[in-house]
Design a protein around this ligand. Structure first.
Ligand code: PLP
Length: 391
């Protein structure tokens, strides 16, 4: 059997290697503390679960759902957005429901790129951004994110020949994995740059609510209120702890929304209506659970960063998202994958190697704050013993 060449770039997957290392640690009897995946351990809010449970009993929710049937969800998303960011959104033409935001960002390149066109992506960045470009037969130009630039890309560094063949740029702030945030001025520059070079500006915005200090993270559409070049992706996975339910939405330029809808119409029939009903409850009801989740992540962040600093591993206190992005000390800085594999196999503490997010992620590891402070502190004790034994 011969499979498609486009699978080749999808084969390297450090998360599969980490999965094997975790299994090995479990088989050896270690108690695994998994800080390698950004899957929230917090429960979905009860009113959301109640709504989904009621929907389950209603046979009218059991069939295929065409786009026209998603109107109530699109209106809830548009109103949620307008309340938060003050930019008007037309729920008919500017909102698209998604089966998780990853699905949307991975399908969008099929609607934007012709084979060989470039997409400008962040490095390090979320792996499915690159995966979607590969599936669409596009080329990737990675924009390195460096600590000295506050993990923001330098647009002027993109070579002209690349720009001439580029059709889209993907940003995502608060950023996974670096936790960096971006200002509205940065987004204004991005919009001007994309306008100038005829690029679609994609903003993946899962951590819209997860910020701990200062003003709320801006939406790219605040910098492009006419939605001339931009499309933004939102998820219910983070703010409302609904990762397993697979529901998100895109808001943006109507031509892009329609194009993505055309791609998706070939692929799926939308999320189950009962889950969309739950998402409407989440977006329209009390936001108290969101505030509580932020408080929980803040406490975990403080406990974890303080514990790392106590063992002499100095890491910055993240302002947003649910991760800690830590520069590895020597001798591990040259191989984050080896550090992650040795650490989990010897201590049971699983972390994500920075190299899994792109080559500029090498030298770092990402900790996901998906456990309570006491478990995080015990993990740091195990990390300290591991490091001492290797020095
Ligand atoms: C940047 C980014 N985009 C998308 C996702 C996935 O979101 P969803 O569950 O909506 O597919 C994540 C999850 O961690 C993420 O960090």
């Amino acid at each position: 059997m011969q499979l498609a060449d486009r699978l080749t770039p999808l084969q390297a997957n450090v998360f599969a290697d980490m999965d094997r290392a975790k299994a090995k640690a479990r088989a050896a009897g270690l108690d695994v503390t998994d800080l390698s995946l950004g899957s929230s351990d917090l429960p979905t809010p009860a009113p959301v679960l109640d709504t989904i449970a009621r929907s389950l009993q209603d046979p009218a929710t059991h069939g295929y759902l065409l786009f026209h049937g998603t109107g109530a969800f699109r209106r809830a998303a548009a109103q949620w957005y307008e309340r938060k960011f003050g930019v008007p959104v037309d729920p008919e033409t500017e909102v698209l429901p998604l089966i998780g935001s990853q699905e949307g960002t991975a399908h969008l390149p099929l609607a934007v790129l012709n084979p060989g066109d470039f997409a400008l992506l962040l490095d390090p960045g979320y792996p499915s951004h690159a995966g979607g470009v590969h599936l669409a037969g596009g080329q990737i130009y990675t924009m390195p994110l460096l600590a000295e630039n506050n993990f923001l890309p330098v647009f002027e560094d993109v070579p002209i020949p690349v720009l001439e063949q580029a059709r889209m740029m993907v940003l995502s702030y608060p950023h996974n994995p670096t936790t960096a945030t971006a200002s509205i001025d940065f987004f204004k520059q991005a919009v001007a740059f994309c306008d100038q070079h005829n690029l679609v500006l994609v903003h993946d915005f899962p951590y819209v609510d997860l910020y701990f200090e200062g003003s709320p993270p801006p939406s790219v559409l605040q910098a492009d209120p006419q939605k001339r070049v931009s499309i933004e992706f939102f998820t219910m996975s983070k703010s409302y702890n609904m990762g397993g339910f697979r529901v998100g939405y895109a808001i943006g330029n109507p031509k892009l929304i329609r194009a993505l809808r055309q791609v998706k119409a070939v692929v799926d029939f939308n999320q189950y209506l009962g889950i969309l009903n739950g998402a409407i409850e989440a977006l329209s009801g009390s936001q108290e659970a969101v505030a509580q989740a932020v408080e929980t992540f803040r406490q975990r962040r403080d406990a974890f960063v303080d514990a790392l600093n106590r063992i002499g591993w100095q890491v910055p206190r993240p302002q947003a998202a649910m991760y800690v992005w830590a520069k590895l000390p020597d001798p591990w800085a040259i191989n984050s994958m080896q550090f992650a594999i040795d650490l989990v196999e010897q201590t049971g503490v699983a972390v994500a190697p920075g190299s899994g997010f792109g080559k500029s992620g090498e030298g770092y590891v990402r900790f996901a704050l998906v456990h309570d402070p006491s478990i995080l502190e015990t993990a740091v004790e195990r990390i300290a013993e591991f490091m001492k034994s290797k020095r």
